[in-house]
Design a protein around this ligand. Structure first.
Ligand code: UDP
Length: 342
């Protein structure tokens, strides 16, 4: 049997990274996770290679390249919370930039020429047109988006100077969980809308706070384009294959082209779960553009990518199944422990 080509997946034990690890072999690649497990989980990459290491540790990183000889790097390891980035920008610039710079220098040393960047719709800032095409001006309105935009610009120069090819995948809102029920989103603290809404449905939290109801949208709440994490993961390998064939850098939006407001997400979550979601109206969260919806045709045409799993209903169903499986078991475990002590 032909040996699969290795791909180094930083942050492979995290939410989106672990779904990429899960999909890799289907697309003909062997995933090697490089993760410090600070927010990721070893259980999320069971059955594949895991190197526990820091991106700041150049020696360890270099050894991993030497040992596994990856043909490409997918870089998921990053801080990702928009709201936090406004309050603590240093964390975002310091870590998101220096870690990536380390990675690039080891790639150049080891002559690895293909890089996939987890970029974001947040690089566009407040959109001038919706749906947002890839050619839209990039004027980020929060440090998270800005740190990714800076990386895009660095990589454009690295392409010219060093021939390091890269693809920027500008994610809209990643959500959902793998159909196996074995992996899914676990952030601590959780900041994303869909898991928080389902937490409220499950009674794991008292309520969901809606951040702002005075936006210029039909119901006054923010509109986002939710894309299933399995679709997102698949796009990475299609993009990598194309980049290796064409030997050219490129950039794509990854979204569905359809937006849902925060209120709509809550209503649909109540339908899918059959549970009431207690809602509290709150003020706007700094750094949130009113509407982020992708123009999604470039990836579909150039990569032959189809967001097959990304109906809002399927996103909510798979997240709900994961939630009950993971958090349901955890709280049963806690109850048992308490019972054991009494
Ligand atoms: N949101 C909200 N309440 C929450 C978390 C998020 O109203 O507790 C809103 C947030 O303001 C944004 C949308 O839900 O308009 C999606 O936010 P999320 O943090 O999931 O993703 P982001 O768009 O920031 O990447």
């Amino acid at each position: 049997m032909k040996k699969l080509q290795a791909v180094l997946i930083t942050g492979g034990a995290g939410y989106i990274g672990s779904h990429a690890v899960q999909e890799a072999r289907t697309y003909g690649f062997e995933p090697v996770t490089y993760d410090n497990l600070s927010t990721g989980h070893a259980w999320a990459v069971k059955g594949s290679l895991l190197v526990k290491g820091e991106l700041a540790d150049r020696k360890k990183l270099s050894e991993a390249f030497k040992k596994f000889k990856p043909v490409a790097v997918m870089h998921f390891a990053s801080h990702i919370a928009v709201g936090e980035s406004v309050i603590n920008p240093q964390k975002y610039y310091q870590d998101n930039l220096t870690n990536a710079m380390n990675l690039f220098s080891v790639m150049l040393e080891r002559k690895v020429r293909y890089f996939i960047l987890s970029s974001t719709a947040a690089t566009y800032g407040d959109p001038l047109e919706v749906p947002i095409p890839e050619t839209h001006p990039q004027v980020p309105v929060n440090p998270y988006g800005d740190s990714k935009w800076i990386l895009e610009r660095i990589l454009a120069w690295y392409d010219k100077a060093y021939g390091l090819r890269s693809t920027f995948l500008r994610y809209f809102n990643a959500a959902g969980a793998d159909a196996s029920g074995k992996i899914g989103e676990v952030h601590d603290p959780e900041t994303h809308l869909i898991p928080l809404v389902l937490d409220a449905a499950m009674g794991r939290r008292k309520e969901i706070t809606v951040f702002g109801q005075d936006y210029p949208t039909p119901d006054g709440t923010c509109i986002r384009d939710y894309i299933h994490v399995t679709d997102l993961a698949g796009a990475h390998f299609l993009a990598l294959k194309r980049m290796m064939e064409t030997d050219k850098s490129d950039f794509f939006n990854l979204g569905t082209g359809k937006g849902f407001s925060v209120r709509e997400v809550i209503t649909r979550a109540e339908e899918v779960t059959g549970m009431k979601v207690p809602v509290r109206m709150g003020s706007r969260r700094a750094g949130d553009p009113p509407e982020l919806v992708a123009r999604a045709d470039k990836a579909q045409e150039a990569l032959g990518w189809q967001p097959r799993h990304s109906s809002l209903e399927n996103i909510l169903k798979t997240t709900w199944a994961w939630h009950r499986n993971y958090f349901g078991k955890k709280s049963a475990g806690r109850k048992n422990k308490r019972a054991g002590h009494s």
